[in-house]
Ligand binder design. Sequence first.
Ligand code: SF4
Ligand code: SF4
Length: 121
Amino acid sequence: MTPFYRNFGQGKKTRKIHSGSNWKEITKAGNIYEPGNASTYETGGWRTLKPVWNEERCIHCLICWRYCPDASIIATDGKFDSFNYKHCKGCGICANVCPVHAIDMFSEDEIDEQKEARRNE
Ligand code: SF4
Ligand code: SF4
């Protein structure tokens, strides 16, 4: 993750902001002074539900791509390609807008259990 620094004013030192920074060190109102930092902030860790694509049903209309609030749907050559799970928060909007129900939402726990069951087969 790109480090974020807060400048305490002219002639004062600049400090690095990190998860252990106290409230006096963070910016007022949580303002962000570094442009484009959303790409380095991986929100996928917030997810409890995971979208799973069904290739057979997909008609590549890319409605999901237009509606995803996190730009987490990757399209290649005008077709659905994959999810960017590093940034997908699992909001389920893509599954809701898909006209042919080609995206199913599964709980992360359920997926982990399925993987574990497959490993034990
Ligand atoms: S909205 Fe559904 S059908 Fe359209 S590209 Fe996305 S997954 Fe495929
Ligand atoms: S679940 Fe939400 S964040 Fe994830 S790909 Fe679908 S619309 Fe985007």
